[in-house]
Design a protein around this ligand. Structure first.
Ligand code: HEM
Length: 227
């Protein structure tokens, strides 16, 4: 029975990842009108980020409302799915025929350092997610490592893709030449999540208001971007 439950939780995490991936791929295809390894890698990278965002939304939402309670039991598996997409993205980004690896190592590259630190932390969190290891650690310590780890990864990933893409976004803002960059759309979600989490930490009552208000503002901003 427990095995079946665990299997279903992993299946859910996996399917959520696959759904995010195909949505990202479809959007990037419509935006760039082409499909190649760079596009696939961007879709994989954005999927990993979306899964991390989902994990970080579940915690505060389940403390404020009852409806996300069911999602709490899937949180670990969604995180593992995010880790798998992040590993695939890292692997693809190291293909020497597609990416200039010298730029990673030979120049001062904070985006790369943030990315490497993020994937190392995710790997540690993944190793710590095995039941045998969980059983050996005090439960509160395990939770503390997971909470702090995922939050740190989130901040590092924002630094990683912000440094890579901000100049591109600025140009888009003035030209509106194509569909907005997918990473920019997801960045808006990151800002919403950051404000929501900080508010929930400071004042739980205010957090409900910030969540509803933030949701409305995010939707209006998306409409502005697309219309
Ligand atoms: C936790 C791990 C990571 C996450 C969640 C992540 C996420 C992202 C995101 C969201 C983007 C922006 C994609 C876009 O422009 O649409 C990106 C770009 C990129 N990342 Fe990562 N990343 C991670 C780790 C790494 C690592 C370890 C490397 C190693 C070199 C790396 C290399 C790259 C490269 C080269 C790009 C630019 C891709 C392009 O513009 O085509 N990333 N990443």
């Amino acid at each position: 029975m427990q095995d079946k439950k665990t299997f279903l939780e992993y299946l859910f995490g996996f399917f959520l990842g696959v759904n995010f991936f195909f949505l990202c791929l479809l959007y990037l295809f419509l935006q760039k009108n082409t499909l190649n390894l760079y596009i696939i890698n961007k879709a994989v990278a954005n999927t990993a980020l979306l899964l991390i965002i989902t994990v970080l939304f579940i915690g505060p939402l389940s403390r404020l409302y009852n409806w996300p309670d069911i999602l709490v039991s899937f949180r670990k598996e969604i995180g593992i799915s995010g880790f798998i997409f992040a590993v695939i993205h890292t692997f693809l980004s190291f293909l020497p025929n597609y990416y200039n690896l010298n730029r990673y190592f030979q120049t001062f590259n904070p985006s790369f350092y943030a990315a490497i630190t993020a994937i190392l932390i995710l790997t540690i969190l993944f190793i710590l997610s095995f039941e045998k290891i969980i059983a050996k650690l005090p439960r509160s310590l395990w939770w503390k490592i997971q909470y702090r780890g995922v939050r740190t990864v989130f901040i590092l990933v924002i630094i990683h893709f912000l440094l890579k893409n901000i100049s591109k976004w600025k140009i888009w803002m003035t030209t509106h030449s194509s569909l907005p960059d997918l990473s920019f759309i997801i960045f808006i979600l990151c800002i919403f999540l950051l404000i929501f989490r900080v508010t929930e930490y400071l004042n739980r009552k205010l957090a409900k208001f910030v969540f509803t208000g933030g949701l409305i503002i995010t939707i209006i901003f998306y409409l502005y971007l697309f219309l």
